[in-house]
Design a protein around this ligand. Structure first.
Ligand code: 3HC
Length: 676
């Protein structure tokens, strides 16, 4: 097999080039090739300096994640970085694209680094539940200082070349289109510098206050995660006066601990699940896409406005339609306020706000949607209203336009059937707030055309959403799985649990909030029949009393004016009344039972969804729950989590409480297999 690494001679400079598409991951063949090339450069007396650069779209984007968990072939990445650093001739990293993880660590082993202005450098290992394990935690603070190293390793976001240059991570920013030549010229300039600057030989100023402050400031963000703290501990080790060798040994020990742990396995699963979700099994990847130059949004409420923002932010003009001028004005001003708030936080430039607002065309005239390539309906969740809208769209939209509904439950096939072009109809289920939440459920109707589906999936990437294909089923993937959870949570109240206990168990599990906190946030009155005399459930009773949740400062909890919740004596009374009238036997409910009845039931529903072909794969379900509902990523989504719990345990837990268990779940448990 030919090596992905080749060497080129430019007089006295040896240029080492990697060509390992798509992202130049540092797999075994790359590492072996790099080691051989460095040895070639050091052995050849006519070589005065070396340059490492990459072909293709990026510098090394990290270790090859697909090799994790398998026996590591020599040289390992830490050894390779040591070999580069130990070279007695200068080695220059020439960076474009993203130098990430092991790729960043390779640059830190190099004596010098040059980069194009658009390059980024970072250590995203924490997002895989890991830490930079090839000396990165020890070299990075020695070059860039403790504070930046903490930010980069424990949060994992890459930094732009300019900032990296200010921090000493980049020695020179070179021409965007002349990296190869500029790197050679630079190498020639520094070829005779001695002693060579080696990161491992530097010392770093201890900064315990910065470490303590960083931990405190980010406590909420890091809650439940193991890797951020391990990254911080390694940075601390690099700055506490320990030798470089001791620091490396500590880093290795922590890296291996994380690598063997469940959290990293879960986070790596989600890395690949994210990318897999974008693929549609029976639609070829090269399906020609429909051009989307203008998007129409029907409804300027919270949802419609949020949806519009996604496209405006991506530079796609939006026509937004409302029935009443007042609602239109209100919606437009909310969009503007949201953009201005982002600008105030420094996330947007004022001219970006102007550009986005200029690209928004508010109108009361439905006919203005005629020139849109994609129209997304985001109005009231009633089939009759939706049918009326789609009939009108059918009459006015141009041929080939994609007609999408943001419905969160309703049957897309039924909506499509009222048009003459059901093949152009698709579901695009955004999650609230739509400009923030990453998930997009793309609902494939019976007749949805392949190119419509492919176009919407590609568009999702443009607007930076993670899209998952769902089939037509009540509530699609996410909300359908929410239902058994909600049903069981309400039953548990009758049997003796409190809203506080159930929410506490969910938060301790890692969810951002429990089922009752979520009801209060979303609105207890959502979906309520609005007849205060008809009280059939605890929720009806709350809604009838105006306890509609946070917006009324009363729901399952009482709220103060800052929306801080406290347990509600009135809700306790209501629950008590229902317990009495239902004749339920009240008993102590264990936290384990709450998990079994509210989370195992979700896994069971997920298995049914797969059996019915309403989701393409189990990992898609995990993606839905991570990005749509805040399932803790370190647990890998419900289906991955079920595997880590042990499927026999999940099945036994479900059977103990008398739930009918999905056949596929039972089979996988019995055979020791996986839910697919
Ligand atoms: N290893 C293996 N495969 C990788 C990979 C990696 N490090 N990074 C990306 N890929 C694969 C993806 O799975 C995808 O495969 P597919 O086409 O079969 O689905 C393909 O490369 C393209 O990736 P993206 O779709 O993500 O391409 P983008 O252009 O959107 O993004 C990127 C490029 C920013 C480099 C992004 O892929 C990324 O963030 N990669 C991961 C970077 C990372 O986490 N590096 C650290 C690795 S751990 C490490 O280095 C440990 C060390 O410290 C010891």
């Amino acid at each position: 097999m030919t090596s992905p690494i080749r060497t080129e001679r430019h007089d006295d400079i040896l240029v080492i080039v990697s060509d390992n598409p798509p992202v130049n991951a540092l797999g075994a063949a790359v590492r072996q090739g790099l080691e051989a090339a460095i040895r070639e450069g050091t052995a050849d007396e006519s070589v005065t300096a070396m340059v490492i650069r990459c072909d293709g779209r990026t510098f090394f984007a990290g270790a090859d994640i697909t090799e994790f968990g398998k026996p590591m072939q020599e040289p390992g990445l830490p050894t390779l970085v040591d070999i580069i650093e130990a070279s007695d001739k200068p080695v220059v990293a020439a960076i474009h694209g993203t130098a990430l993880g092991g790729g960043c660590e390779v640059t830190l082993g190099c004596h010098y680094r040059v980069a194009v202005p658009s390059a980024k450098i970072g250590t995203p290992e924490v997002k895989l539940g890991l830490l930079p394990g090839a000396g990165g935690t020890q070299r990075l603070p020695r070059i860039a200082g403790v504070k930046l190293a903490l930010e980069m390793t424990a949060k994992g976001d890459p930094i732009p070349a300019k900032l990296a240059a200010q921090a000493g991570l980049i020695d020179r920013i070179v021409g965007e289109d002349s990296l190869a030549a500029d790197a050679i010229a630079f190498a020639r300039e520094i070829a005779s510098v001695r002693p060579l600057p080696r990161a491992s030989e530097k010392t770093v100023q201890a900064d315990p206050d910065a470490i303590a402050a960083f931990k405190k400031d980010n406590a909420r963000r890091f809650r439940g995660f193991e890797a951020p703290l391990a990254n911080i501990a390694c940075i601390e080790k690099a700055s506490d006066g320990s030798s470089f060798a001791d620091g490396l040994a500590f880093e290795r020990q922590e890296f291996m601990r994380l690598m063997m742990g469940v959290q990293s396995a879960a986070q790596r699963h989600i890395f690949f699940a994210d990318r897999q979700a974008a693929k549609i099994d029976d639609v070829p990847a090269d399906t020609p896409l429909r051009p989307i130059r203008r998007v129409g949004v029907i409804g300027a409420g919270t949802m419609g406005g949020g949806i519009a923002m996604n496209f405006l932010s991506a530079g796609i003009p939006v026509t937004i339609v409302e029935m009443q001028q007042e609602a239109l004005d209100r919606g437009t001003s909310v969009v503007r306020k949201n953009y201005e708030a982002s600008a105030a936080k420094g996330r947007l430039k004022p001219e970006q706000v102007t550009a986005a607002m200029d690209a928004l065309t508010p109108t009361l005239n439905f006919d203005d949607l005629a020139d849109c390539d994609l129209i997304i309906e985001a109005v009231y969740e009633t089939m009759e209203v939706k049918k009326d809208i789609f009939t009108r769209l059918d009459a006015i939209c141009k041929a080939g336009a994609i007609l999408a509904s943001n419905t969160s439950y309703l049957n897309i096939d039924e909506i499509a059937a009222c048009t003459q072009r059901p093949e152009d109809v698709v579901g695009m289920h955004f999650f609230s707030p739509a400009n923030v939440m990453k998930l997009l459920e793309v609902v494939r109707g019976d007749k949805t055309a392949d190119d419509v589906l492919a176009t919407v999936m590609a568009l999702a990437k443009t607007i930076r959403k993670v899209a998952v294909v769902a089939g037509v089923t009540h509530g699609f993937i996410g909300n359908r799985m929410l239902m058994p959870r909600q049903v069981e949570a309400m039953k548990l109240l009758l049997e003796g649990a409190t809203p506080e206990q159930i929410d506490r168990v969910h938060v301790a599990f890692g969810m951002p909030m429990g089922p009752f906190q979520m009801s209060d946030l979303a609105g207890v009155d959502i979906g309520w029949h609005r007849d205060p005399t008809r009280i059939e459930s605890i929720r009806d009773a709350l809604a009838a009393e105006g306890r509609w949740g946070q917006k009324k400062q009363a729901g399952f909890y009482d709220y103060d004016e800052k929306r801080n919740p406290t347990p509600s004596p009135r809700v306790a009374e209501i629950i008590e009344d229902f317990r009495k009238s239902s004749g339920a036997t009240v008993r102590e409910i264990s936290d384990d039972e709450i998990i079994e009845r509210t989370l195992y039931t979700m896994v069971n529903e997920g298995a049914l969804i797969l059996e019915e072909g309403k989701a393409q794969r189990a990992s898609d379900i995990d993606v839905v729950w991570i990005y749509g509902y805040g399932w803790p990523v370190y647990r890998g989504g419900p289906m991955f989590w079920a595997q880590t719990e042990g499927l026999p345990k999940v099945v036994a837990g479900l059977e103990k409480h008398g739930f009918p268990v999905a056949a596929s779940l039972k089979d996988a448990a019995a055979s020791g297999g996986k839910i697919k």
